[in-house]
Design a protein around this ligand. Structure first.
Ligand code: GLC
Length: 539
């Protein structure tokens, strides 16, 4: 098994996602900014975060809140200047914290100069940088592909009579990744930021880059029902995850590898067997971490999660490093999904499974989805398909720093409402609470960093009893037993081997320091991390 000094930083440390508009406003306009993030570098340091990923900070008309980029090598004026960015990078690096940028290569904004050129005429040199096609023989869009945000994935450009493909909003035209010039242009964007010293990229919708060359129709999804998102009407057999995407990923990896010690993470929502293909056919030819979102979609049930872990661990290619995610800016908050009572277990699971954990800002405070009054809605997804739960504003609300007005996020009207629970669920108040969730994250992260068994050790499933999920982490002679009761009933479990240990971290502080021998009893909703002091099976 790997020992900690042979691990890369991105294997050992946790990644923390900041949604810049919602982290900390210093300019007083109700929108978070780069200076705000710099100001809070001390918080990352206190929490033990060693890598921060920023959602996009580039110039953008903000149709999709920064995921529609009009200039890849600049900073959005609302968020600050390039000097602010350089300061942020410097401040983080001074504290030993890495910075990961969001790279959005699948599409640009429709006001990006590349697209403005491309749409001018059929023979414009940039025409082939985007995916243009003639209307179908019978008229209308070239095929049946749907946008992720509902409606056709094709928009007619009346000036040239052709349609362009947009997998998201019509203001986000898809680049043509079969075109080598497009690839080279994006590699130059990457080098621009890598030369500045950023530590890597989280690559937006990586599995979308290549579509079927023949633009064949997608088959219908027999499981689609009224009330489900429009996009799910079809199975995306031809509109994403095509075989040639892996060549693009390999080229992308080579660019990152021109620089020492950098990381690429791919945003990929695919079943486990397809997801792991993004590690590459050969070692070091894919992304380092294809984001594993399966904890987000799997039922909070000990059997189901146990099955997921073994399926995922079993599918990893040789040398493929695992990773786990509990939340992000596109998904309901973990609290809204599993409830307050399970938040300590969610933290334990994320931080003790084998592989790199990615946290979403505010989850360490137990921030909840916030109900957004109709007049405050911002997300285009909600406007396009109202009331079916696809809007993403509830999980993008301001970080809750303290109990002053607007939770200390801004002294203006915040762009999204602050959660009603901010008076108690905020950084300052929770730092005072030794038994609260924030301190629990802090202690757990510190232990994870210190213990090779937790950040680099092997993973061994131990068993599931009712809703009690048990596993073991081991490195040489040091080992931990993790027992998480995902249900409400007290449950006992006796593993097949003899062992004893001492509780090191517990959701119920009364159990801390208690000795355990062979049989473990765990109250409903409780979770324990036990240092194994004797084990008949593994030393
Ligand atoms: C990714 C982003 C999401 C965005 C979409 C289009 O899924 O996480 O926020 O809307 O890509 O760029």
């Amino acid at each position: 098994m790997l020992v900690s000094h042979t691990l890369h930083w991105w294997q050992k440390e946790i990644i923390y996602q900041v949604y810049p508009r919602s982290f900390k406003d210093t300019s007083g306009n109700g929108i978070g900014d780069l200076r705000g993030i710099t100001q809070k570098a001390v918080y990352f340091q206190w929490l033990g975060v060693k890598a921060v990923w920023l959602s996009p900070v580039y110039p953008s008309p903000m149709k999709d809140f920064g995921y529609d980029i009009s200039d890849y090598c600049n900073i959005h004026p609302t968020l600050g200047t390039m000097e602010d960015f350089d300061n942020l990078l410097h401040e983080l690096h001074e504290r030993g914290i890495k910075l990961i940028m969001d790279l959005v290569p699948n599409h640009t904004s429709d006001v990006h100069e590349w697209f403005m050129e491309s749409r001018k005429s059929k023979d414009n040199p940039k025409r082939d940088w985007y995916i243009w096609a003639d209307p179908a023989d019978s008229g209308g869009p070239p095929n049946n592909w749907r946008s992720e945000f509902g409606g056709s994935a094709w928009e007619l450009d009346s000036q040239t009579g052709q349609y362009y493909c947009h997998s998201f909003l019509k203001e986000q035209p898809d680049l043509n990744w079969f075109n080598p010039e497009v690839r080279e242009a994006m590699w130059e964007v990457m080098r621009f930021w890598l030369n500045k010293g950023v530590d890597g990229f989280r690559v937006d919708v990586l599995w979308y880059l290549i579509k079927d060359r023949l633009l064949r129709n997608n088959p219908p999804n027999p499981d689609w029902e009224e009330g489900m998102p429009d996009h799910d009407k079809l199975i995306t057999a031809f509109s994403n995850d095509q075989p040639e995407v892996h060549d693009v990923v390999e080229e992308m990896r080579r660019v990152v590898d021109e620089y020492p010690n950098r990381l690429i993470i791919g945003e990929i929502y695919l079943p486990v067997d397809k997801l792991v293909m993004y590690y590459g056919k050969e070692p070091d030819t894919g992304v380092h971490l294809p984001f594993n979102f399966h904890l987000v979609s799997t039922e909070w049930d000990a059997q189901q999660i146990n099955k997921l872990i073994s399926e995922y661990e079993g599918a990893l290619p040789a040398g493929g490093w695992p990773n786990w995610v509990l939340g992000n800016h596109d998904k309901s908050r973990i609290k809204a999904r599993v409830g307050e009572d399970q938040l300590f277990n969610a933290a334990l699971l994320l931080l003790t499974l084998r592989g790199t954990p990615t946290m979403y800002y505010g989850d360490e405070l137990g921030m909840n989805d916030v109900e957004i009054p109709p007049e405050k809605i911002q997300d285009p997804r909600e406007f396009r398909e109202p009331g079916i739960g696809v809007g993403r504003d509830p999980q993008r609300t301001p970080m809750q720093w303290n109990n002053s007005k607007n939770a200390g996020f801004t002294n203006h009207d915040p762009w999204l409402p602050v959660g009603a629970d901010y008076q108690t669920n905020n950084v300052d108040s929770l730092m005072e609470n030794q038994h609260g969730l924030l301190q629990f994250y802090h202690d757990l992260i510190a232990l994870r960093q210190k213990e090779p068994a937790l950040h680099g050790g092997s993973f061994h499933p131990v068993g599931v009893q009712n809703q009690l999920l048990c596993y073991r982490r081991q490195h040489e002679q040091s080992a931990f037993f993790i027992a998480l009761n995902l249900g409400k009933e007290e449950t006992s479990f006796t593993p097949s081997f003899k062992w004893r240990g001492v509780v090191e971290i517990a959701s119920n502080p009364k159990r801390k320091g208690k000795k355990i021998e062979n049989t473990i009893h765990v109250n409903g909703n409780d979770g324990l991390l036990i240092r194994i002091t004797g084990n008949s099976e593994a030393g």
